[in-house]
Design a protein. Sequence first.
Length: 595
Amino acid sequence: MAGRRILVLYGSQTGTAQEVSERIWREAKLFHLSGPVQAMDEYPITQLLTEQYVVFVCSTTGQGEEPDNMKMFWKFLLRKNLPTNSLRSLKFAVLGLGDSSYAKFNYAAKKLFRRLSNLGGTSLLPLGLADDQHDLGADAVIDPWISQLWDCFLRELPLPPGLTVNPDIKISPRWSIEILESNEVLKPPPIPQKFKAFQSKVKSNDRTTSSTHFQDVRLISFNDCPSDMSYQPGDVLMVRPQNLPDNVKLLMDLLTGDDAKLAGSTLCQETVFSVSQIDPDMVVPEPLKTPQSLINLVTHYWDLNAIPRRYMLKLLAEVTPNELEMEKLQEMASPQGQEMMFDYLSRPKRTILELLADFPHATSHIPYPLLFELFTPIRPRAFSIASSPEAHKGELHILVAIVKYKTKLLKPRLGLCSNWLASLKPGNAVNLWLQKGSLRFPSKQDVPVVMIGPGTGVAPFRSYIHQRNSEGTASAEILHLYFGCRKKDGDFHFSKDWFALQKAGKVTLNCAFSRDQEDKIYVQHLLSRDKELMWKFLRAGGYVFVAGNSNNMPTSVREAFRDSAVSCGGLGIDAANAFIDKMEREGRYQTETWA
Ligand code: 2AM
């Protein structure tokens, strides 16, 4: 409707910010508001100067950086030649999605909010800071923030006479979905072209931890990679996993089995869907632009492990013919049901597939176009590359911890990507692509490089140290590795590589085996032991790289460096912190962590 335009822009690394933006776009229609929903970098940015209402949703990557599809947009906003009040006609709202276990919590959203204000924009409501660590999940912030957003809009743009807010409006498909007559065997949804994905083969898939160690960690190597493949140590390998066969079968049974047939379903594995645009503001994503069979969607595209979100409960409540199911779903989806929904879904990490199995009447009555609303796409995952372009020519290696844990549910929780990777056999073909990582190793060959990588954090350092070794520039004086694991004979990843390189004088190896003795020894303890040397390196222009789990390790490591500057360099605490901050700005102290 004219004059009721709202633009929703997102910066999304893994798809969550996009999902939340699409939800805002969908809900906007209840208030008779409409407009495009787009990645910030897809939006013709100069138009921002003439926009009136924009809602931004953005996540923050582990290192406090903005997501890839917001980088150009952000660069533009930082331009010095933008007049101070160039966004004076803009009214905006910013919702950040973050995780407070990272040091730079919601950093991208905070800086975006500040910059939009500095450029003269007016914020409609306070910055929303959703936190994955929140007791009740990120939705505990997202839901009230979005309702506040609509309150603001109703004040800003009151409904014209005759129009009312219709909270009961049904969830409708974003695209037009039709069934095609086709006997062709169709290819899986393609990986978007911009990624330049390639096919390679699994060469080996070996467990690197002992059979008695609590965790299964795999070194997976791929070969048959394209001859022009190019990457640097520190880059990441991207993988789009598939659903596990048992889960595929379970969903196919729910959608095409006897119960579904009784409820009137005409679907079968080979049913082919074509997806086309109906709303000018909602484009069809690239993988769905070619016709897709149900089995391919269920195997390759829909994330059957996703933790369901509230609108999915609403959708099931709308379609179920069963009173009991409807009541339970409606109750959980209501604002008062937040705790109940959390206990049922988020706390035990129940998956969308388990939800569907628990509500069989709803499931067998989902009209097929709504399947595209119910499921979210499988997100690609990034793994630090553990191979070196030179030492492992034509190959790619990754080190993968297989995610499996118990909640109160009977079945153990299995991470989608790691378990799919674990199931691969030598010779299997996989589609992969490469992406720049956040670690940038120095091109200088004579500066000390200290690498701290406990657990699977050691992967990028294997790439770098092997690379330097192949180039003939590795030496134990310059390359210092601090590795940590539980037990020398339990989870000492790449021990053979390290011993050989150490013996050849190519690396100084320092290992913290935390559980081989009574008291815990961690990498930071070894850094404190070596504080004189560390201070010498820091002063000599050395580089520090920290990779691994985002718990307390990165903070403790940083404190160890700070303390070496205090006790060996005579700096006060503030000056020592400033010293490391400066190193960070110069790219001499880099961290890559993951949850
Ligand atoms: P732990 O499991 O015995 O506590 C790789 O996971 C290694 O990192 C393990 O030896 C683990 O020890 C250790 N680790 C766990 N928490 C850590 C922390 N806060 N700082 C440094 N290392 C840690």
